[in-house]
Design a protein around this ligand. Structure first.
Ligand code: HEC
Length: 391
């Protein structure tokens, strides 16, 4: 099958759409086996691991596909940004809905990690109110509200009803309406993108098989430092909490909350304050040339390469390298701060053979007087990253 030029343009957008479909399918299977009662949730996950290995693989596929989906939407964004899609006259809604889609995506990640309700889920649930606590005026009451509003059932409803609904509405405006107007519609689009997405699907299948979440305690108990230096699907959200490892109070909130929110808002309104200059062809001047190509010195240095490769291949290589470098700048820090996290090792201490206290998350879990550690971010994040030292 010949792949249209336009499809390569939103290659990662297409990958993301397919992964979203994988998430809906695998998620639907998981809802059949999950029990949202506090004392049963983790048991229902463990039951899958002990009795239904295919469903366990589907669960790990769901975890890894979530990570790949997040990477795909970020790559999709980087490419659109470098291509200056925000300058297109009629694509402001496209841009805005694209940026807004990150919100339900994050919502999925947060609620998804909480749902299994082992100690990782418990940890994440307690960190969400801590995360907003430092905000001026509303912080403490918002934090209290989140604590009292939390139940596993509500988290499940968010994860399988509200967030999918929001995502589908935004996706409707973002792509579906346009894609469906084309010949072949959505079906052809998905079919055309399937071969392009195959390498990713294969990688997810292998990762889900090779790096499953160890959930077979107490029959098989992991080591406390399991997961150190091994990529886990949960790394992505940890990055929001890592600032608490190095900073306290306002400084931590600055890096964990304010800076991401400011970046998000600036990107969302980007098309509304960038100026367009029209070229002769009616297209935008900025879109016709690559910013690097417009800088004289760079063109001079690169002239021999351009000659050797030919103009087309040269432009393609340049675009590829730019995307590669920008994505490394984004994903490099993610690796740098998360690779020490022994995410797979929590159950080594937190399992039922270590006694009730360390077995299931305690019934007093919301009570920060009974469990003072919960509101101590330095303890919480330190314990996640260095559980053998900080406990
Ligand atoms: C080396 C053993 C060990 C490992 C590994 C470990 N923990 Fe803990 N954890 C403990 C102990 C012991 C406590 C109780 C500390 C206290 O009460 O002072 C604790 C406390 C906690 C608490 C505080 C709330 C409470 O009820 O006391 C949370 C949350 C938690 N662990 C989550 C995790 C997570 C998530 C991981 C994996 C990243 C993990 N733990 C790995 C031993 C461990």
């Amino acid at each position: 099958m010949k792949i249209k030029q336009a499809h390569w343009h939103h290659f990662f957008g297409g990958v993301a759409l397919l992964l979203l479909i994988i998430q809906i399918l695998s998620g639907s299977v998981l809802t059949m086996f999950y029990d949202p009662h506090l004392n049963e949730a983790y048991a229902s996950v463990q039951k899958i691991y002990n009795e239904l290995s295919v469903v366990a693989w589907i669960r790990d596929t769901h975890r890894w596909a979530a990570l790949f989906l997040m990477v795909a939407v970020i790559m999709h964004f980087i490419r659109s940004f470098l291509r200056k899609d925000y300058l297109n006259r009629d694509s402001k809604t496209l841009w805005l809905t694209g940026i807004l889609l990150y919100l339900p995506m994050l919502g999925f990640l947060f609620t998804g990690v909480i749902l299994p309700w082992e100690w990782r889920g418990y940890w994440f649930m307690e960190m969400v109110p801590n995360y907003v606590y430092e905000l001026p005026l509303i912080g403490p009451s918002l934090s209290d509200f989140l604590i009292s509003a939390f139940t596993l059932n509500r988290t499940l409803v968010m994860h399988v009803c509200i967030l999918p609904a929001v995502t589908l509405v935004l996706m409707g405006i973002h792509t579906f309406t346009r894609v469906m107007k084309r010949t072949g519609g959505l079906t052809l689009y998905v079919l055309e993108h399937t071969p392009l997405t195959l390498p990713f699907l294969l990688a997810i299948a292998v990762l889900a098989y090779a790096l499953p979440m160890p959930s077979q305690d107490p029959a098989i108990i992991p080591m406390p430092l399991d997961g150190e230096n091994i990529p886990t699907a949960e790394w992505f959200i940890l990055i929001f909490y890592v600032p608490y490892l190095y900073f306290k109070g306002f400084m931590a909130t600055l890096f964990a909350f304010y800076i991401p929110v400011i970046i998000f808002l600036v990107l969302a309104i980007f098309p509304y304050f960038t100026r367009r200059r029209r070229g002769k062809s009616g297209r935008n001047i900025e879109q016709e040339t690559h910013p690097i190509e417009r800088s004289g010195a760079f063109t001079k240095i690169m002239a021999p390469f351009q000659k050797a490769l030919g103009a087309r291949a040269y432009a393609k290589t340049l675009a590829f390298l730019t995307v590669f470098l920008v994505s490394m700048v984004l994903f490099g820090p993610l690796y740098a701060v998360s690779h020490k996290s022994p995410t797979y090792g929590c159950n080594s201490c937190h399992n039922i053979t270590a006694g009730l206290r360390l077995g299931l998350p305690p019934a007093t879990f919301k009570d920060r007087v009974m469990n003072p550690n919960l509101k101590d971010n330095t303890f919480m994040v330190g314990h996640w990253f260095y559980p053998q030292v900080i406990w």
